[in-house]
Ligand binder design. Structure first.
Ligand SMILES: Cc1cc2nc3c(=O)[nH]c(=O)nc-3n(C[C@H](O)[C@H](O)[C@H](O)COP(=O)(O)OP(=O)(O)OC[C@H]3O[C@@H](n4cnc5c(N)ncnc54)[C@H](O)[C@@H]3O)c2cc1C
Length: 348
């Protein structure tokens, strides 16, 4: 029985493992943490993402509908404390929340249980470094997420991401959240809740100054009444600036392969899809390469647009103009109101 080694027991690695085990491979997954659920510095956490559920479950061969909970409404969007009046079609959009980490309710745990059931073997406390990377068998899959070391060891173009987060108990509500833009980030902050937890992350592709953190804390206190004495500065890792399925004779999966939406930074669904593509790359590299290209066509263009926007001196005014234009388009063409112009569409 042929063995496939996978490094990284996150979303991409686990989906690849489950698919390969189902095809009859012996699969060994290694991860540097002590147990499933990634780093305890970031998790438990709640992630939010647009999602095309049926298409995604069918493609990856795993139904995760119990874990992705549709939010009651599209996250309310704020610029500082002001609620933005978005174009009408935004109300038609759907965002789903999903729990990450090691709790029984997390998606990581669910995928882990499925993998074990399919016969996948796991080794924890195994860290891949520059030497062990070279020694990995050809055809091994590397799926180490945003964690910075592998980008550096492999020479994959990337940019730093900075973060400040807080986690608290929250009893009410099935699933929901909000998005906050403002002078405190070139990206944004979000709140997301489900499974009795509320998670808040301020992230930015520029260093976040203390006064910006304080500014954001005031905003979320005012808007949501959220406050915490446990805000933590975190290092979410590196954001890929290129996409690629192969590195030398190894296969890449997840965010390390660049399967993250470059504008908003939504990486959960891309990582799941890429796990399936990485598994296909073991058996049929050409077909996998074609699939990878199909999903990542717009990456370079979108990233360039985002980076250009981040460098603009009048970002706030630009954002207001873009929203105004979208609202005007809806007024001029009322049929647009019924459309759903999702910011991230993996399946067309
Ligand atoms: C704080 C934070 C918040 C986020 N919020 C959202 C969100 O709201 N919505 C969204 O769509 N995306 C979000 N993302 C992005 C999303 O989490 C990632 O894109 C996605 O998890 C990537 O999946 P992956 O399989 O590539 O890696 P992961 O799921 O991160 O798994 C990587 C695994 O590799 C292991 N590992 C790392 N380095 C090594 C090594 N050297 N040796 C061995 N094992 C290693 C880790 O322990 C981990 O288990 C967020 C990311 C972070 C960090």
């Amino acid at each position: 029985m042929k063995t496939v080694n996978i490094v990284g027991a996150g979303l991409g690695g686990l989906v690849a493992a489950i698919n390969l085990a189902r095809e009859g491979y012996r699969v060994l997954v290694q991860d540097r943490e002590e147990a499933i659920g990634g780093s305890k510095k970031y998790h438990p956490s709640i992630h939010s993402t647009p999602l095309q559920p049926e298409e995604t479950w069918e493609y990856i061969g795993i139904d995760l509908s119990e874990h992705f909970v549709r939010t009651d409404q599209y996250p309310a969007m704020y610029y500082n404390q002001r609620r933005l009046k978005m174009p009408a079609y935004v109300d038609n959009l759907a965002v789903y929340n999903v729990e990450r980490g090691s709790r029984p309710t997390s998606i990581d745990n669910r995928l882990f249980a499925l993998a074990v059931k399919e016969g996948v073997e796991f080794e924890f406390k195994k860290e891949l470094g520059p030497d062990s990377l070279k020694a990995l068998a050809p055809g091994s899959i590397v799926a180490t997420g945003l964690y910075r070391e592998m980008y550096q060891d492999m020479g994959i173009a990337s940019a730093p991401v900075y973060g400040v987060m807080a986690l608290a108990k929250k009893e009410a509500g099935k699933a929901g959240g909000a998005i906050y833009m403002g002078g405190f980030s070139v990206d944004y902050a979000y709140s997301a809740w489900m499974n009795n937890l509320i998670y808040v992350l301020l992230f930015s592709r520029r260093p976040i100054k203390d006064r910006e953190v304080e500014g954001f804390k005031k905003v979320i206190k005012k808007v949501e009444g959220f406050s915490s004495d446990k805000w933590l500065r975190v290092d979410p890792g590196l954001f890929p600036r290129q996409c690629g399925l192969f590195w030398e004779d190894k296969i890449l999966a997840g965010t390390l392969a660049g399967m993250i939406e470059p504008f908003w930074g939504y990486g959960v669904v891309g990582a799941l899809i890429s796990g399936k593509i990485a598994a296909l790359a073991v058996t049929d590299p050409k077909k996998a390469e074609a699939e990878f290209a199909r999903f990542n066509g717009g990456f370079a263009r979108k990233l360039a647009r985002k980076e250009k926007m981040d460098a603009m001196p009048f970002r706030k005014q630009f954002l207001r103009l873009a929203i105004l234009k979208a609202r005007f388009d809806c007024w001029r063409r009322p049929q647009l109101k019924n459309a759903a112009k999702d910011p991230v569409v993996w399946f067309r």
